[in-house]
Design a protein around this ligand. Structure first.
Ligand code: ZN
Length: 123
């Protein structure tokens, strides 16, 4: 999960594609992944909870990102299966508070710097 996030940050779409489970991977290619993430600047990843059995895992996370002057939250429960000894992504359940963020100028910055928004990403 964390490695998938890191791959998005550095735009390693081949890696991301390889971490999809076979069934989900079938309809995807690196170009589609790149297009869907174009303009996205990832700011922070918070892992909220994880659970796993021998061959299934769930990860609840919050990822913060910006696109131009707008800030967003992706809050998702991701599901993984163990496939050829690798954890691979099967699906994500988007949580209701996902979407556009409206940080106040004096709020703590969404990127996790602990500075005020106006003195950090909101400048
Ligand atoms: Zn910031």
């Amino acid at each position: 999960m964390r490695s998938r996030y890191s791959a998005y940050v550095v735009k390693q779409y081949t890696y991301i594609l390889d971490t999809y489970a076979a069934e989900q991977k079938a309809g995807l290619d690196t170009q589609t992944l790149a297009q869907s993430a174009a303009g996205t600047q990832w700011l922070r990843l918070d892992i909220q909870a994880t659970s796993s059995t021998s061959n299934k895992a769930k990860v609840r996370f919050k990822a913060f990102y910006r696109d131009g002057e707008q800030f967003y939250l992706m809050h998702e429960d991701s599901s993984f299966i163990l496939e050829n000894n690798q954890w691979r992504y099967t699906q994500g359940e988007i949580q209701d508070d996902s979407g556009l963020l409206k940080p106040g100028r004096n709020d703590e910055c969404v990127c996790g710097s602990q500075k005020k928004f106006k003195k950090c990403c909101g400048r």
